[in-house]
Design a protein around this ligand. Sequence first.
Ligand code: COA
Length: 234
Amino acid sequence: MQAKPCRESRVIKTNRVFPNDVNDHNTLFGGKLMSDIDMTASISATRHSRASVVTASTDSVAFLAPVSPSDSVCLESFVTWTGRSSMEVFVKVTAEDLRSGDRRIAATAFLTFVAIDDAGMPTPVPQVLPESDEELQLNKSGDERAETRRAHRRQSQKMAEYLTTSRPGDRSVGGDVGEQLVDTTTCALHDATSRRNVNASRLDRRESELRNFAGREDIASAHTAHGSLRTADG
Ligand SMILES: CC(C)(COP(=O)(O)OP(=O)(O)OC[C@H]1O[C@@H](n2cnc3c(N)ncnc32)[C@H](O)[C@@H]1OP(=O)(O)O)[C@@H](O)C(=O)NCCC(=O)NCCS
């Protein structure tokens, strides 16, 4: 498969900021920008691979400067690095004050897409050929980011092993996250006293959820209650 220059996957899209795109600070809503970033990047990945692509990860989005309704927003994306079937796409977001003409980098992002065949399986993509200084620098640092992505994926897969898939309605309702965790622990306490056959691994999972929020006093005390529950139950 012949390598392709970055310019072949380059996408440039300029938008205005409309009133329904802003947050309560009257600047561009981050979620709107993220959606445009994903859209633009996916076109770059498809242009590079000429295959169907899926977003495997949004590796980073840095919001560097707010964008106001008097600005235009230019998104520029291209493939910076490739693996066997994966492509890293860089997106640069430039805001331009339409009255003064001043331009600034408003955001940068890296996303990873995977090319898939008709059976939905990852399929090889051409290598990328950087040409400009910007492309060369981004390509050169790509190996390091790929290694970080692999580590992050392993971490996410590990985390998925203990995350619950129960419906939120089956757990406590309302309050902030901390309160919900305390409530969850209270539910566990209730379960344990009313049902003698509480599964120990389920409690371990909840204990690890609590550990993730360690440092908060209310959680710490909930943790203590949880600990005594285990002792009582065990
Ligand atoms: C992305 C996906 C196709 C990978 O499939 P898989 O069976 O796990 O395939 P593999 O483990 O062989 O990985 C294939 C490639 O994807 C990369 N990859 C997989 N998950 C990744 C992740 N979370 N982040 C970055 N790269 C990832 C692998 O590194 C590998 O790259 P390489 O071929 O260049 O070496 C699959 O996880 C998937 O379909 N995810 C859901 C995608 C989705 O729904 N996106 C949102 C809507 S578009």
